[in-house]
Design a protein around this ligand. Structure first.
Ligand code: GSF
Length: 205
């Protein structure tokens, strides 16, 4: 059986879990705290990060973008990434935008909260730079979604899943970032996604 090494609070892990659920794929979830001194994550992923998928033969697959692409090709159920061309590039760009927003939030959060960084080593300018990326990405997502029900075409795609995980992470870790008032279309999308069992069952905690 596929094994997914991860943490329930991680938005990149959530993206993979939502894809697993939408594709109706079975897997064993192996919780891992990558920040603990006892972590053994580097035995699977030398980058020390989750998610990491371990295949039946023991091969490790990372990062989340590679994992979801692999999973989407595993089963024809509910195709989430177009196989070729412009549509494929568009979905992958939505994913890059959502993941990039998350990368910026995580850099900002580590700058503030990583316990090994002394208070005097923290840079507010760096945090501001990352948070500007978050706000610019939200604006771009809202523009890209416009009046459409979903980000790419008329079926659920990886675009929606990646955006939904990014918005859910903001609510979880950055409640002070109010994205729903300025961007009601993103709010509508998020509410719509939160009706799906795949999103309900993977809500960060
Ligand atoms: C990012 C994974 C990541 O940063 C992906 O899989 O898409 N581009 C990668 N994971 C974090 C956990 S989290 O903040 O969601 C991680 O494992 N960080 C540990 C570290 O040492 O940076």
């Amino acid at each position: 059986m596929l094994k997914l090494i991860g943490a329930v609070a991680s938005p990149y892990v959530r993206k993979v879990r939502v894809v697993m659920a939408e594709k109706k794929l079975d897997y064993e979830f192996i919780p891992e705290d990558v920040w603990s001194a006892q972590t053994r994550i580097t035995e699977s992923n030398p980058l020390g990060k989750v998610p990491c998928l371990v295949l039946e033969g023991g091969e490790a697959v990372f990062d989340s973008r590679v994992i979801v692409e692999y999973l989407d090709a595993l089963s024809p159920v509910g195709r989430l990434i177009p196989t070729t061309g412009r549509d494929r590039a568009a979905v992958k760009t939505w994913e890059a935008l959502a993941d990039g927003l998350l990368d910026a939030t995580i850099l900002a959060r580590l700058e503030r909260h990583w316990p090994h960084r002394q208070v005097q080593e923290r840079s507010q300018a760096w945090i501001d730079r990352q948070m500007d990326k978050v706000h610019d990405s939200l604006a771009a997502m809202s523009r890209g979604l416009g009046d459409n029900a979903l980000c790419s075409g008329i079926h659920l795609s990886l675009s929606d899943i990646a955006v939904g995980c990014a918005l859910g992470y903001l609510d979880f870790r950055f409640p002070e970032v109010d994205w729903s008032t300025p961007y009601p279309n993103l709010q509508r999308l998020h509410e719509r996604l939160m009706q799906r069992p795949s999103f309900i069952d993977t809500r960060p905690s």
